[in-house]
Design a protein around this ligand. Structure first.
Ligand code: PMP
Length: 358
């Protein structure tokens, strides 16, 4: 629905739609890469207790610096990180927006390599940043020489790399990240929203932080930690980079309730992450099954799979929805993305897919 002409919105926003996948109430929801396993009763009780304690203090503003939470996040990440090298916000979405507010903006350029997370150009639009898109290869990997050439040509102030990439699931080798950081004149962010799901032997860019002060690694509690509703994203970087982000953050951006819930959840790291291995197994089984049925499948280090190819992917998406299975119509035109759910949910997906495509 276009906005009425009298609404004095910025002209470049006038024809845009709010971002987001359809939120439909169907039995099998495999469209937003959530963790299908909710927190267990022990975790729920601890979060409830922590939020209850926080409620008694809601007359006061939150800890602006979220120290307790940042300490817990630094401990979780390891790599000798300390709280002054970690920053938290309302989802990694907010982190990324703060990154562009601090390091991009009018007269500056941000770039990424498509197909990738479709929110990136929107952060650029919102912060009046010039947006440039490089291209991934046919198999969705990033060709290091081509990427370095493009970075040198465009001189971006911020490069956003996604590993594992959404919607393709592709992880980046550290040599690629290293080469891009060395070629880039400014900030390089590796968005590791799905890092916990990566296959054995796939590295994390956290390993490179000490080598490159202009490197940032973002993570989220929305996926592996099963805390999408808690809205907690974070970033690890040099302490001076964190100080730069603190300049653009809104005062008291992270509520006392959010801080309490996330800090309590982190006390149950082992239990919350226990389902990650199960999800990785289900992902690999799903990929094998899809290949056996003759579908093309992108290699995935994440909790979702991009598969194809379809002449009319919308018809397949709609057919699945008619069977009560919601997946995501996203990425390259002939492909669809399915999030990894429970074995029962994946059974429903497989059954529906066969019925729709055969
Ligand atoms: N980065 C990537 C690559 C994502 O796929 C997502 C969520 N879909 C996000 C960041 C944002 O996650 P959140 O704001 O929930 O932390």
């Amino acid at each position: 629905m276009p906005l009425p002409a009298w609404v004095p919105i910025r002209e470049e926003l006038r024809d845009d739609e709010p971002y987001g996948a359809p939120q439909l109430d169907v039995p099998v929801q495999l469209n937003t890469n959530e963790n299908p396993y909710g927190p267990g009763p022990g975790v729920v009780a601890d979060i409830a207790r922590a939020v209850g304690d926080a409620a008694a203090k809601l007359n006061r503003y939150p800890d602006r610096e979220a120290w307790e939470l940042r300490k817990a996040l630094a401990k979780y990440l390891g790599h000798d990180l300390t709280a002054d090298r970690v920053w938290a916000a309302n989802g990694s979405n907010e982190i990324m927006q703060q990154v562009l507010q601090a390091f991009a903006g009018p007269g500056r350029t941000a770039m990424s390599f498509a197909p990738t997370y479709s929110m990136y150009p929107e952060y650029a639009r919102n912060t009046h940043t010039r947006w440039v898109s490089g291209q991934r290869e046919e198999d969705f990997t990033v060709d290091v020489d081509r990427a370095v050439e493009q970075v040198k040509a465009e001189q971006p102030d911020v490069v956003l790399l996604t590993s594992p990439n959404n919607p393709t699931g592709t992880a980046l080798p550290l040599d690629t990240v290293r080469a891009i950081v060395e070629a880039a004149p400014g900030i390089v962010v590796v968005d590791e929203a799905y890092a916990e799901f990566r296959r054995d032997g796939t590295p994390s860019a956290l390993e490179l932080l000490d080598e490159f002060p202009r490197l940032l690694v973002t993570r989220t509690m929305s996926k592996a930690f099963a805390l999408a509703g808690g809205r907690l994203g974070y970033v690890a970087a040099d302490a001076a980079i964190i100080d730069a982000l603190r300049i653009v953050r809104l005062p008291y951006h992270l509520s006392t309730v959010s801080q309490a819930a996330a800090t309590a959840a982190l006390r149950h790291e082992d239990e919350l992450l226990a389902q990650v291995d199960a999800l990785r197994v289900t992902r690999d089984e799903t990929a094998t099954w899809l290949r056996e049925q003759g579908f093309e499948v992108a290699e995935s280090d994440a909790n979702f799979i991009l598969f194809g190819r379809f002449d009319d992917r919308h018809a397949i998406w709609q057919g699945l929805l008619d069977h009560g299975v919601l997946i995501r119509e996203v990425g390259p035109l002939e492909w669809l993305r399915v999030s990894i759910g429970t074995p029962d949910e994946m059974h429903a997906f497989r059954k529906a897919l066969l019925e729709v495509t055969r």
